[in-house]
Design a protein around this ligand. Structure first.
Ligand SMILES: Cc1cc2nc3c(=O)[nH]c(=O)nc-3n(C[C@H](O)[C@H](O)[C@H](O)COP(=O)(O)OP(=O)(O)OC[C@H]3O[C@@H](n4cnc5c(N)ncnc54)[C@H](O)[C@@H]3O)c2cc1C
Length: 378
């Protein structure tokens, strides 16, 4: 069998772009297949920014991927553009509350660099946040905002410079494992590769083996932007990314990247969808009212009326941990999907893991918890 290349990456989005970049540095025969174009705002790349942090509530098991990702985001910055805005990050909440308690445990386990800001100091340093009496803060100096489109497009550029080819507007319809290679097909063409990475985000289900497909589901997440009364107060040097659980409300946000509006979201949970291509972009009245209420209560420097709102698709796993690794049912096929609303911050580290493992490296034992071979009952 004449192969068309060593590695195919299906989906050149948040994670696929990083896999393509890191793999292309080690192998010249790498091809990315992208149904739309990289950094399309109809994918999980959309919405300007994602939060990155090292002091991470989800715990120590992610700390290696986060450290690697921070290094690689900074490497993307060195290649031009600003993929990563290192503005630091604030967690805000009540002492004894579930979020701040879990974060404290994780910080102790990982020895993540941080400083504690008691109520008055937090209020003095970051007056943009209207605090409740029990609120205090934890500042993570390694946190920041990832400019998603810049990160993806820079990674694709670096992959191409290293010899990778990207076939845009090419949706892969089937993936079939043979004894010594993997065959992939679009509507009209067929290719053969030694190994294939499935990184199709919310659209991955159709390509996954049944056992995995039955455990995952596509979902819709929404974002809202608010006009700042004085945008200078919300620039990255004055307004770190933040996550807050106060008074029964969960919100997070990022500094302004357009010099006018501030992204504030997280007030309503993700909702399950059947088809990511039919995703409803508009926010419902309930979603808009939750956003308006949270901004009125907690961020008085913003006009409490969303001037922009949109929704994006994501694939969730049953335990909210991503699926990263080989799938036994499909020899030669490596899955990197199901990032469950948290994947951008680890995308470069996952890309590096994929490159290492797909080109012959042994699976990392510390990432066994991400294996698609784990129990995935819905
Ligand atoms: C609103 C929102 C807020 C979030 N906030 C954060 C945050 O603050 N921090 C954080 O770390 N994470 C966050 N996340 C999660 C993070 O954005 C996602 O986990 C991550 O972007 C998922 O990347 P992906 O590569 O799996 O999917 P995508 O980036 O969607 O990429 C999938 C790509 O595959 C392509 N594709 C699909 N099927 C095929 C096919 N058959 N053939 C060819 N191409 C195909 C698609 O066109 C797309 O380009 C958030 C997600 C959302 C939606």
């Amino acid at each position: 069998m004449q192969l068309d290349g060593q590695v195919a990456v299906i989906g050149v989005g948040s994670v696929g772009s990083m896999a393509l970049w890191r793999t292309a540095l080690r192998s010249r025969d790498v091809v990315g297949f992208e149904a739309a174009h990289s950094a399309s705002d109809r994918t999980a790349v959309g919405g300007d920014t994602r939060l990155f942090r090292r002091a991470y509530q989800e715990g120590a098991k992610y700390s290696g991927l986060l450290a690697e990702s921070e290094r690689l985001f900074l490497e993307l910055n060195d290649s031009g553009g600003t993929a990563f805005i290192p503005c630091g990050g604030l967690s805000i909440g009540a002492r004894g509350g579930s979020y701040m308690s879990a974060l404290g445990v994780s910080i102790r386990e990982t020895a993540a660099e941080h400083s504690v800001l008691e109520h008055d100091e937090l209020g003095a340093r970051y007056p943009q946040h209207q605090l409740l009496p029990n609120d205090f803060g934890i500042f993570d100096p390694h946190a920041g905002a990832i400019r998603t489109d810049q990160a993806v497009l820079t990674a694709v550029e670096l992959a191409k410079q290293a010899g990778a080819v990207v076939k845009s507007h090419t949706r892969i319809r089937s993936v079939v494992s043979h004894r010594d290679h993997v065959e992939i097909s679009s509507e009209s063409e067929r290719w053969h590769f030694a190994s294939v990475v499935i990184a199709g985000g919310a659209w991955s289900s159709d390509l996954l083996p049944e056992r995995v497909r039955l455990g995952v589901y596509a979902a819709r997440l929404s974002l809202s932007w608010f006009l700042a009364r004085d945008a200078a107060d919300y620039l990255p040097e004055r307004f770190p990314i933040f996550i807050r659980e106060s008074g029964g409300v969960h919100i997070y946000g990022a500094p302004t990247v357009d010099g006018a509006t501030v992204k504030v979201s997280g007030m309503t949970p993700h909702t399950r969808i059947e088809d990511p291509d039919q995703l409803v972009r508009d926010l419902s009245d309930v979603e808009n009212m939750a956003a308006i209420d949270a901004v009125s209560r907690f961020l008085p420097g913003l006009h409490p009326a969303p001037v922009r709102a949109d929704s994006y698709p994501e694939l969730y796993s049953p335990d909210d941990a991503p699926l990263v690794g080989w799938v036994d049912e499909m020899p030669g096929v490596y899955v990197a999907t199901g990032f469950s609303g948290r994947g951008f911050k680890i995308a470069p580290g996952v890309g590096e893991t994929i490159a290492r493992e797909i080109l012959g490296g042994a699976p990392s034992p510390e990432l066994a918890f991400l294996s698609p071979q784990r129990a995935l009952s819905p």
